[in-house]
Design a protein around this ligand. Structure first.
Ligand code: FES
Length: 59
């Protein structure tokens, strides 16, 4: 995925913005929601956000 690719279409949140939220400490979908509002409309992107969290969050 490129940084410009949209993860949440409803709120125009890009992969880069999700990545940045994770770098700023977001560890859960709720953290991402709070920081970017991604997933707050149709919810169709939540699965994609979860996949990104799985890949990028150090557990
Ligand atoms: S695509 Fe993210 S809330 Fe609709």
């Amino acid at each position: 995925m490129d940084r410009e690719d949209l993860v949440c279409i409803c709120k125009s949140v890009s992969y880069g913005q999700i990545e940045e939220a994770i770098h700023n400490g977001a560890q859960t979908y709720e953290d991402i929601l709070e920081e970017t509002e991604a997933g707050s409309v149709c919810g169709g992107c939540i699965e994609r956000i979860d996949e990104i969290l799985d890949r990028l969050v150090i557990k």
